[in-house]
Design a protein around this ligand. Sequence first.
Ligand code: FES
Length: 102
Amino acid sequence: MTEFVAVATTDELDDGEGTVVEASGHTIALFRVDGDFYAIGNDCTHQGGPLGEGDLDGTTVTCPWHGAQFDISSGEVLGPPADEPEPEYEVRVDGDEVQVCV
Ligand code: FES
């Protein structure tokens, strides 16, 4: 069963920022770009680097460990060394709460 879980408030992230959140046992990288929120798995599929701490360029995040790149809107790999996509989570905003579907 999936459910929406509150993981942050809208004022916790500025545009172009990411963070790492926990929801129902999932470790999730949460990002804000142009006022929209995106969520993918936090643990890089290469060797587990924290994607929520990676640099953002538009909707591309770069893993801080070895530089793999992912599309935060889909979880797809955009650059090596990772070759497996990240899970992508649906996000909604309810009032000032950011909620992720897990
Ligand atoms: S752990 Fe992310 S690129 Fe290696």
